[in-house]
Design a protein around this ligand. Sequence first.
Ligand code: SF4
Length: 204
Amino acid sequence: MSGPSSRLQAQVERDALKMQTHPLCGSVSIPPDNRSFFITILSAQREGRTCLPARMGLSASDFHELLQCLPPEVTGVSRFHVCSEDDLRQELLDLRRDEWEDLRDLLMAHRSHQCATETWMADVVAAGCLGGDHLWRDLGLKHRAELRDLLMQNFAPLAMRNTQDMKWKRFFYKQLCDQEGSYVCRAPSCEQCVAYDDCFGRED
Ligand code: SF4
């Protein structure tokens, strides 16, 4: 799925996002829900409670633009708590960039089209999927319900397809698996799969 066309599409989305700026300050306009999600995730990242690198999966320019849109008490703290572990996480993300792009493209293909910052959120959620814990924890959210709200807000067509309440990371990889057959599933059906408990059930 990754390739020149998806990268071109992503660039088009970013250009569109930059067009949606606040008329007075020139910053990208973020609706309240996403603003709150970004503040929660950035604060948690700086407190070491996520799997995310310092820029949370965003490019340097996009991360800089995001910081312009958030309150100084959050972005001020963010300048001082970047540690070597964050560099390592960025290196790991770079090593798995194809996988990150597949996840990001999946999210972008099912975005809600309510807000340009869905583009940033796709980058961040895709980076969270590369961690080893439940996705809501790897993003530093308070609980699984908050993750569902975030996904419904930004990627509703995709989130609504999780009718069996699969664990979210597994659900995303299952979508990639159904498309390309390369990530998760080794069994012909979930009912016959030894990994069933890894994909379904409680996530707390
Ligand atoms: S239970 Fe098995 S077949 Fe079903 S999604 Fe998980 S890994 Fe794939």
